[in-house]
Design a protein around this ligand. Structure first.
Ligand SMILES: Nc1ncnc2c1ncn2[C@@H]1O[C@H](COP(=O)(O)OP(=O)(O)OP(=O)(O)O)[C@@H](O)[C@H]1O
Ligand SMILES: [Mg+2]
Length: 250
């Protein structure tokens, strides 16, 4: 669906993405994982045309991403940005209604869809009338998901969509979303800090460092055959506190 060919992006002296090439497989979930600042969010923004490449190119299907084609792509791609990206002067429902409204949906249809998704993400439907600042961080994050799912897009780009949720809601939403993406054959690019979450969602994981891909593969590949000490250290650092506690007690 998305193809990156030798893509680089710099911000002043900082190289955020460095000559990166990858084709994201249609109909499956790919997880981007790696240390803070390694370029994960920048990579998603490049795919959406929110920032532009310095070198190389991004393709969506057969078309090269360019200012002229960006709008058509954004209508087909749901996007959850890292900090929610909600408009503060619009209510939850108005935020969710932006794209469907532009596509000509009737108000009743928009409301019914938003209410259905609110139930899916376990957000009280009365919260649809609130402004983003009247919600908790975890609630805002679920509104970001509602907004991205409104038009049921085939492609979803999600930047740490579950990062602010408490463990129980997070676990429930993870399994609901995984089931939804699998059964509907969605193409998903998911940024996460949690390698367990990456393994749960993604058929392919891209482990990034300093703007490049260090290793691609399934969770099993990364755990069993890390290509270098960085991959090994990254995976070991993600062992759960409970697991480490168990090890110490044995
Ligand atoms: N608008 C910007 N202006 C200047 N530098 C930027 C900008 N956006 C990102 N950067 C820099 O580019 C690098 C990559 O940033 P990016 O946001 O892609 O990282 P990330 O992998 O998403 O990190 P995190 O896990 O913390 O979200 C970082 O060094 C960051 O400071
Ligand atoms: Mg980021």
């Amino acid at each position: 669906m998305f193809t990156l060919e030798h893509v680089s992006k710099r911000y002043g002296e900082t190289t955020a993405v460095a000559r990166l090439s990858h084709t994201f497989t249609t109909g499956q979930t790919t997880a981007l994982i790696g240390p803070s600042g390694c370029g994960k969010s920048t990579l998603l923004r490049l795919c959406l045309g929110l920032v532009h490449t310095d070198t190389g190119r991004v393709l969506f299907g057969d078309s090269i991403l360019a200012p002229k084609t960006v709008n058509a792509i954004r209508h087909r791609v749901g996007y959850v940005i890292q900090d929610g990206g909600l408009f503060p002067h619009l209510t939850v429902l108005q935020n969710a209604a932006l794209l469907p409204g532009r596509l000509g949906w009737a108000r009743d249809r928009i409301r019914a869809r938003a209410e259905g998704l609110a139930r899916l993400v376990q957000l009280d439907t009365t919260h649809l009338a609130r402004y983003p600042l009247e919600l908790s961080g975890g609630q805002r994050q679920r509104v970001g998901l509602i907004r991205a799912l409104m038009t049921d897009p085939d492609v979803l780009l999600m930047d740490e969509p579950l990062g602010a949720l408490d463990p129980m809601i997070r676990a429930e939403l993870q399994s609901q979303l995984v089931a939804m993406f699998r059964s509907l054959g969605k193409t998903v690019i998911l940024v996460t800090h949690d390698i367990g979450e990456a393994g749960l969602f993604a058929q392919e994981i891209l482990l990034m460092k300093s703007g490049g891909i260090v290793q691609k593969g399934s969770l099993k590949d990364l755990v069993r055959t890390p290509v270098d000490g960085f991959v090994r250290a990254f995976i070991n650092a993600q062992r759960s506190p409970l697991e480490s506690l168990r090890d110490r007690q044995e």
